[in-house]
Ligand binder design. Structure first.
Ligand code: CTP
Length: 407
């Protein structure tokens, strides 16, 4: 187990020993995503699967993704007292999916399988992500079991509402893997943003040309959304303004959707004054077509060449920095295609001086990097252009590091 800081129950080391309990429901295939996100975030992941779980997802898959042996059997590894050793070594236990049956067993404190023993033998925080049909979730037995687990300090993430396994839909869907991981890791973190309000912009603006076309960019909104999720998990009141987000926003995060830069500017102007921190992660179009055609632009009228007249958009970040309220912290992002690390830093220093923000998070983007990917590499600069943080990892782990600086 990692060392702990006196007065704080969370481990010091960034690399956590995480036990992922996988139980037997159809959503078990999504446990693979949970395990992968934890491994990519640098954690040592040990899977304890129930026999039923292995009917839904294969042991080789779980072993390949977790990079560790998968444990199932209570009577294996007896010489090393495995039924308690796994739980004793854990910094965090995440059960995803947690079936109604497993939830009932945990509430009763049963230890008839390896997962039950592991959890009983552990003092680590336990996080469960239930998945079942709506009727089972609402059954008084499950409701009572969940109440018992919560009263013992177990963190329950979800379930979400949506399409279930059959043709039915309702509450009972397993929450998406990234959200489970962010929520689970947040349990070990102090709620150091409680009482703070944070405005995050994410995605990429689109500038209309005509009713069917726009000029846009390849930002998916993943990094901004990861910041919003992580900030909410750390206790902040989060406002997310999403420009053409290409990914689903998890329940619990309220999003205001915009499309063009001018719409983003209006939404930011309304939300920014009450925010303690503003993070401009959105990729904003610098120019927009001077005129927007009312009808579709036609080849017949344009001929072989089409010239677009563009006008400069307002710089929202520079405007925010110039009008910031007392004590407000403004964070900009800079997506650059510069490959040389020193030149990238020089660009970042010049950009933060131009924009006037408190911090600038610089990352390299290209055809295969940065945009629409699961991972990111960033350097965070302060006003003076000094590096205050460098991180590589999943967008959610990078989000955590950015918030560490801000908190
Ligand atoms: N930004 C903004 N308004 C704009 C352009 C950019 O608020 N019109 C913000 C972005 O949200 C980001 C930061 O400014 O936080 C840097 O964006 P970037 O596109 O890298 O910078 P630009 O000023 O557009 O400079 P460049 O010429 O490198 O594109």
């Amino acid at each position: 187990m990692s060392d702990t800081v006196p007065g704080h129950s969370g481990p010091v080391s960034d690399r956590l020993n995480v036990v992922v309990g996988v139980t037997g429901g159809i959503a078990a295939y999504k446990a693979v995503g949970v395990i992968r996100a934890l491994v990519l975030a640098g954690h040592d992941v040990h899977v304890v699967a129930t026999d039923a779980a292995l009917r839904f997802v294969g042991r080789p898959t779980l072993e390949a993704i977790s990079r560790n042996t998968v444990h199932t059997d209570l009577y294996e590894g007896v010489a090393e007292v495995r039924h308690v050793a796994i739980g004793q070594a854990a910094d965090l236990i995440v059960v995803a999916p947690a079936t109604a049956n497993t939830i009932a067993k945990l509430a009763a404190g049963l230890a008839d399988d390896l997962l039950g023993n592991t959890i009983l033998a552990s003092t680590a925080p336990v996080v469960i992500a239930p998945a079942m049909h709506t009727e089972m979730w609402r059954n008084p037995a499950t409701v009572a079991n969940i109440a018992i687990l919560k009263s013992r300090g177990v963190t329950v993430i979800g379930p979400a509402s949506g399409q279930l396994t059959g043709t039915d839909s309702g509450q009972g869907r397993l929450v998406e893997p990234d959200e489970i991981v962010a929520g689970a890791l947040a349990v070990l973190r102090p709620r150091d943003l409680a009482g703070r309000s944070i405005l995050v912009t994410a995605g990429g603006t689109r500038e209309p040309l005509d009713p069917v076309r726009f000029i846009g960019n390849r930002s998916s909104g993943r990094q901004g959304l990861a910041i919003a999720i992580a900030a909410a998990a750390r206790g902040a009141a989060v406002t997310l303004i999403g420009a053409n987000l290409e990914i689903a926003v998890p329940h619990g995060i309220t999003v205001l959707h915009v499309s063009s830069t001018l719409e983003l500017q209006d939404a930011v102007a309304l939300a920014a004054p009450s925010a303690d921190i503003v993070v401009m992660a959105a990729a904003v179009a610098d120019y927009r077509p001077e005129t927007v055609a009312d009808t579709k632009i036609k080849k017949e009228t344009q001929g072989d060449r089409l010239t677009l007249q563009l006008v400069k958009n307002p710089d929202i970040l520079a405007g925010l920095s110039a009008t910031r309220t007392a004590g407000q912290v403004i964070v900009g992002f800079a997506a650059e295609t510069e490959a040389d690390p020193q030149k990238l830093l020089d660009l970042g220093s010049a950009k933060i001086a131009r924009k006037g923000s408190d911090y600038l998070v610089v990352n390299t983007v290209g055809w295969t990097e940065g945009f629409a990917t699961e991972t990111n590499t960033v350097v965070m600069l302060d006003k003076a252009g000094v590096i205050v943080m460098e991180a590589t990892g999943t967008k959610s782990s990078v989000a955590g590091r950015i918030l560490d600086v801000l908190a």
